[in-house]
Ligand binder design. Sequence first.
Ligand SMILES: [Zn+2]
Length: 61
Amino acid sequence: MKYACKECRRVMADKDCYYCKKESGTSDWGGLLIIIDPTNSVIAKKTGYTSVGKYALTVRS
Ligand SMILES: [Zn+2]
């Protein structure tokens, strides 16, 4: 888990985002947010993330 996507903020192992289908990863990110249960999570509702995954709190583009 080295890169975070600039568009969807998913944290991933390489620069290619499988979700956005492009090379939108950056190593300049901070804070890890893990969404396990989007339908019941308060954090998921606050941040707007609707799917399970690991997300960066801040991503510099
Ligand atoms: Zn993405």
